[in-house]
Ligand binder design. Structure first.
Ligand code: M6R
Length: 608
C-alpha cells in the first residue's frame, strides 16, 4: 500500500528520507511528505503528486534542517489524494507526527471519541486518529503512549512516530503490515520495504506483528506489545535495488500473485464485523436494494471476467437477474437500464475510458451506479453513486492478478450482503457463508501451496501454439480469465469455451496432443465437465485438469492435475484462478517473455 521510511543519526535527515521515498516510487503513490525534528520542534512538508514536487519544495531536503525524521508515500485509501490527506499527520498540540501504512478499521469510532474530547481533525484519513490518540495517552513516556494507543487500534498498520520531547528517537510499530529496521553505524533507519534501505545498509531486522522498536542513532530496542524486550536476529540482505523493489521476486506479477491472500484480506476484513457485513457506501442498504429489480455488471478485460464470475454468486444468493456487458460495447447497444437497475462497474485503475463511458451512459439513463475500484479518487470512483474500494494496494504488473481477485472477493461480499438485506438467505446459511468468506485468504494460500509443480507443467507449453480452457457455469467464467492471463503474457493463443459448447463446433479443432485445461471446481456441473474431458481425450487431447485435491474421478480421467483446496462452491472462483495465474506466469517465463510489460499492452487503457 503506502510506503514509510525513517532516519535518526548524525546526517541531515531530509535528503536521506527523500532518497528512501524515491526508492518506493515503483509501488505507486499519489502524495508524499516528510516530518523533520529540529531543535525540539517538528516541521512537516507534504504535497499531492510526485516526490519530485517535494524535492523542489525543499530543495532536495536542504531547506529542512534536523537529524531525525519520518517520510511517507501515500496510496490513498481513506480520503482523496490531496495535500491535506498526505502524511505525515501531526497531533493537535504539534508534539507528535505519524506516518502510517495500512488501514485503521475502527477509526470512525475513535474519531468520534476524540471529537467528543475536544480534538479536531484536518484530514479525512484514518491515520489522524492515531496521532491524536498519542497526544491523549502521552504522560511523558513515548513507549507507554505507543503501547496504549496500539491496544485501541483494530486493523493493519506499520507506524513511524516522532515526538518533540524525544529529540533523537523514533518509535516504529508493526501489526499486519511490513516493517524493517535498518542498522547503520551511529545512525539507524526503518522502512516498510527493503528497497528504501539498500542504498544505506544491508543489515536489517524484520519486525513481526505486535512488535515495536525504539530507534535512536546508537541503539535499537525491540519490545512486544506488553513492553517486554524481544531479542531479534540481525540479517544480511544481498539484494540489489531491482530485486529489492520486487520484494525478492523475479517479477512484479509473481509478487502480486503471492500477495493475494493479504490483498483479499484487506478487501474483506474491514467490512466483516463480527457476524455483520458493513459496506462503507452510504445508502447502499436494504431499503435501496429491495427496490432493485435487475443488476447489470459492466467492465473491460479481466474486470469484465470478474463480473462474469460474480454474476453466478449474486444470482445464486440474491435471486436477482444479473447480466454482464463489456463496457466497450455498453454505450453502443442502447442499454436497457433504468432506476430499478443497479449497474455495477468494476475497474482496477478507475480510469479505463470505456468503463467511464459506461458509467456516464448508465447515469444518463437514471440507473444507480455502484463502482468497485482499486484506485482511490479515480474518475470511475468519483462518478459513481456508490463506491467500494478493493484496497488491493498498487498493482504494477500490466497483467492484473490481485486487482482481479479483490474485485471478485468484493462481489462475493456484496452478494452475501445483498442476500441478507433483502431476506433471501436464512441465518444458518448466512453464517456458514460468512465463515467461508472469511476463510478465503487462507484458501488462496493453500491453492499456492498445493501446486508447486506448475513451473514444470509450464515447460510442456513452451512451444505450444494454442491452448483451450474449458469449464461450465462459474468454471467457464474462470476459464475466460485463465485464457486471458495465458495469452496476454505468454503470447500463446488461448481460448475459453463453455465445455458444453465443444460439440457445437470447437471439438473439430481437437487433435492429437492438443493442450486442454479443464476446470472442474464447480461441483454442480463437475460430472458434465468430466464427460467433456473424456470426449476431448478420445480425440487425442492432452488434458490438465483443476479440481479439488480429493476428487479421484477427475484425477482418473485427466492426464495431469492442478489442485484446489476444499472451498465453498459459490466462492470457489477466487481460489480457482490462482493456479491458472501461476501457470500463465511460468509459461511466459519459460518462453522468455517480458512478463511485467507485455507487448502492445498498457496498464491503464485511457483511450477508446
Ligand atoms: O483498470 P481496469 O480494471 O478498468 O482495466 C481493465 C482491463 O484493461 C484490464 O483488466 C486488462 O484486461 C488487464 N491487462 C488484464 O490483465
Amino acid at each position: 500500500m503506502c510506503g514509510i521510511v525513517g532516519y535518526t543519526g548524525m546526517q541531515q535527515a531530509a535528503p536521506i528520507l527523500l532518497e528512501g521515498l524515491k526508492r518506493l516510487e515503483y509501488r505507486g503513490y499519489d502524495s508524499a511528505g516528510i516530518a523533520i525534528m529540529d531543535d525540539g520542534s517538528i516541521s512537516v512538508q507534504k504535497v499531492s503528486g510526485r516526490i519530485s514536487k517535494l524535492c523542489e519544495l525543499t530543495e532536495d531536503g536542504k531547506t529542512c534542517p534536523g537529524n531525525v525524521g519520518i517520510g511517507h508515500t501515500r496510496w490513498a485509501t481513506h480520503g482523496a489524494p490531496t495535500d491535506i490527506n498526505a502524511h505525515p499527520h501531526m497531533s493537535n498540540d504539534g508534539r507528535f507526527a505519524v506516518v502510517h501504512n495500512g488501514i485503521i478499521e475502527n477509526y470512525l469510532a475513535l474519531r468520534e471519541e476524540l471529537i467528543g474530547k475536544g480534538y479536531h481533525f484536518e484530514s479525512e484519513t484514518d491515520t489522524e486518529v492515531v496521532v491524536n490518540l498519542l497526544e491523549m495517552y502521552y504522560t511523558g513516556d513515548l513507549k507507554n503512549a505507543v503501547m496504549r494507543v496500539s491496544s485501541r487500534l483494530q486493523g493493519s498498520y506499520a507506524l513511524g512516530v516522532v515526538c518533540s520531547d524525544a529529540p533523537d528517537e523514533i518509535v516504529a510499530i508493526r501489526e499486519s503490515s511490513p516493517l524493517i529496521i535498518g542498522i547503520g553505524a551511529g545512525e539507524n533507519y526503518f522502512a516498510s520495504d527493503i528497497a528504501a534501505l539498500v542504498p544505506y545498509t544491508r543489515n536489517v531486522v524484520y519486525m513481526e506483528d505486535g512488535e515495536f522498536a525504539q530507534i535512536t542513532p546508537d541503539a535499537i530496542r525491540i519490545y512486544d506489545l506488553f513492553g517486554n524486550p524481544v531479542s531479534k536476529k540481525v540479517q544480511k540482505v544481498n539484494w540489489d535495488v531491482q530485486t529489492a523493489e520486487k520484494g525478492g521476486y523475479e517479477h512484479f506479477m509473481l509478487k502480486e500473485i503471492i500477495e493475494q491472500p493479504r490483498a483479499v484480506e484487506a478487501t474483506l476484513r474491514p467490512r466483516i464485523r463480527g457476524s455483520e457485513i458493513v459496506l462503507d457506501a452510504e445508502g447502499l442498504d436494504g431499503e435501496f436494494l429491495r427496490k432493485i429489480r435487475r443488476i447489470m455488471i459492466t467492465a473491460c478485460g479481466s474486470a469484465y471476467y470478474a463480473g462474469c464470475a460474480g454474476r453466478y454468486a449474486i444470482e445464486a444468493l440474491c435471486r436477482i437477474p444479473v447480466s454482464t456487458e463489456l463496457a466497450s460495447e455498453f454505450r453502443y447497444g442502447d442499454p436497457m437500464v433504468d432506476s430499478e437497475t443497479l449497474v455495477i462497474v468494476l475497474s482496477q485503475s478507475g480510469e479505463t475510458a470505456d468503463t467511464i463511458a459506461a458509467v456516464k451512459e448508465s447515469k444518463a439513463k437514471g440507473a444507480p451506479v455502484l463502482a468497485m475500484v482499486n484506485v482511490v479518487g479515480s474518475t470511475v470512483a468519483k462518478l459513481a453513486d456508490f463506491t467500494l474500494y478493493t484496497w488491493a494496494g498498487p498493482e504494477i504488473a500490466v497483467a492484473t492478478t490481485k486487482g482481479y481477485t479483490t474485485q471478485l472477493a468484493l462481489l462475493y461480499l456484496f452478494a452475501l450482503y445483498a442476500a441478507k438485506e433483502t431476506g433471501r438467505v436464512d441465518d444458518k446459511r448466512y453464517r456458514h457463508l460468512l465463515r467461508a468468506l472469511r476463510s478465503l485468504p487462507k484458501r488462496i494460500q493453500e491453492a499456492v501451496d498445493l501446486n508447486p509443480m506448475l513451473d514444470r507443467y509450464a515447460e510442456d507449453y513452451r512451444n505450444t501454439r494454442s491452448i483451450f480452457f474449458i469449464g461450465r457455469n462459474s468454471d467457464y467464467a474462470m476459464a475466460m480469465e485463465g485464457a486471458l492471463k495465458m495469452k496476454e503474457i505468454s503470447y500463446i493463443h488461448a481460448e475459453a469455451y463453455a465445455a458444453g459448447e465443444l460439440k457445437h463446433g470447437t471439438i473439430a479443432l481437437i487433435e492429437e496432443h492438443q493442450p486442454v485445461i479443464a476446470l472442474c471446481c464447480n461441483t454442480i456441473v463437475q460430472e458434465k465437465t468430466m464427460n467433456n474431458i473424456i470426449e476431448v481425450k478420445a480425440r487425442g487431447a492432452d488434458v490438465l485438469a483443476l479440481a479439488e485435491k480429493n476428487n479421484s474421478e477427475i484425477i482418473s480421467v485427466a492426464d495431469r492435475m492442478m489442485y484446489l483446496p476444499e472451498v465453498e462452491p459459490v466462492f470457489a472462483g477466487v481460489v480457482e484462478i490462482v493456479p491458472l495465474q501461476l501457470l500463465a506466469y511460468y509459461t511466459a517465463k519459460c518462453r522468455k517473455c517480458d512478463i511485467d510489460k507485455p507487448k502492445n499492452l498498457a496498464k491503464s487503457v485511457t483511450v477508446e
